[in-house]
Design a protein around this ligand. Structure first.
Ligand SMILES: Nc1ncnc2c1ncn2[C@@H]1O[C@H](COP(=O)(O)OP(=O)(O)O)[C@@H](O)[C@H]1O
Ligand SMILES: [Mg+2]
Length: 233
């Protein structure tokens, strides 16, 4: 569904990614792990079009999409949940979701909104509250719902468990599985909670110093703790 080929990018003159190849297979959950600063967020941002691709290709459903812009990507069924559960603090929960669904017809929006309330009942209870008042976990639910409301076929997620308690990490992972199974979204997820994401994903890539250092099944890394440790050194 999504193929990244020899992707190179960075910031200003600083190159961060040096020829990344990865594939997110339709219907599956693909994970990207790796140490802090290795380029995981940079990879997602350049795939989604938030920063330019310098070299290489991003192919989505057979079409090259590198550098075509985020709006075209969203309209084409790609959703992005940035790192750090970013929401509009000064707006209510409902207003945040309205921004996510800005381009939906009103009846369609209402339908999708109902699905979001079903997925995260906590959000419905707080729909009139300012998002700034939400807990970290609820903000993450809202950030995720804001992307989901457009019913993405391909969901890019950057550390959805960041800053969450162990209980909420489990909750969030369960919901990502549900989004994959029941909403039929193909998932590409960046995570630092390695044990949890290996339980969740079908395939895993590890990025180290801007290159893919490992590609394989999660079972392989679960069995070989030495290999896993090496990827984080
Ligand atoms: N906006 C930015 N401007 C300049 N350098 C950045 C920016 N964002 C990230 N970097 C640098 O790019 C490298 C990779 O960062 P990032 O992709 O955020 O890593 P990860 O998500 O794997 O922790 C780091 O060296 C980081 O300092
Ligand atoms: Mg990151």
């Amino acid at each position: 569904m999504l193929n990244v080929e020899e992707l190179e990018t960075g910031y200003g003159k600083k190159q961060v990614l040096f020829g990344i190849n990865l594939e997110a297979v339709e219907g599956k959950i693909t994970a990207i792990i790796g140490p802090n600063g290795s380029g995981k967020s940079t990879a997602l941002k350049s795939i989604f079009g938030l920063i330019p691709v310098w070299n290489g290709n991003v192919i989505y459903n057979g079409e090259p999409i590198a550098n075509r812009g985020t709006r075209a990507n969203v309209n084409d069924g790609i959703g992005f949940v940035p790192q750090g559960n970013r929401v509009f603090d000064e707006m209510t929960v409902l207003e945040n979701l309205e921004i996510g669904g800005l381009h939906l017809r009103r009846d369609r929006f209402k339908e999708e909104l109902k699905k979001m309330w079903g997925l995260f009942p906590e959000l419905e209870k707080r729909k009139k509250q300012n998002a700034g008042k939400l807990s970290g976990g609820e903000k993450q639910m809202l950030a995720l719902s804001r992307a989901l409301i457009m019913t993405p076929k391909m969901l890019l997620m950057d550390e959805p468990s960041l800053g969450l308690s162990p209980k909420l990490v489990t909750f969030m992972m369960g919901h990502i599985r549900k989004i994959n199974h029941e909403f039929g979204a193909t998932v590409l997820i960046v995570e630092q909670k390695v044990r949890e994401v290996l339980d969740l994903c079908d395939r895993v890539y590890s990025i180290k110093l801007g290159k893919v250092a490992f590609e394989g099944s999660p079972e392989e890394l679960q069995k070989d703790k030495g290999k896993l440790k090496h990827l984080f050194l």
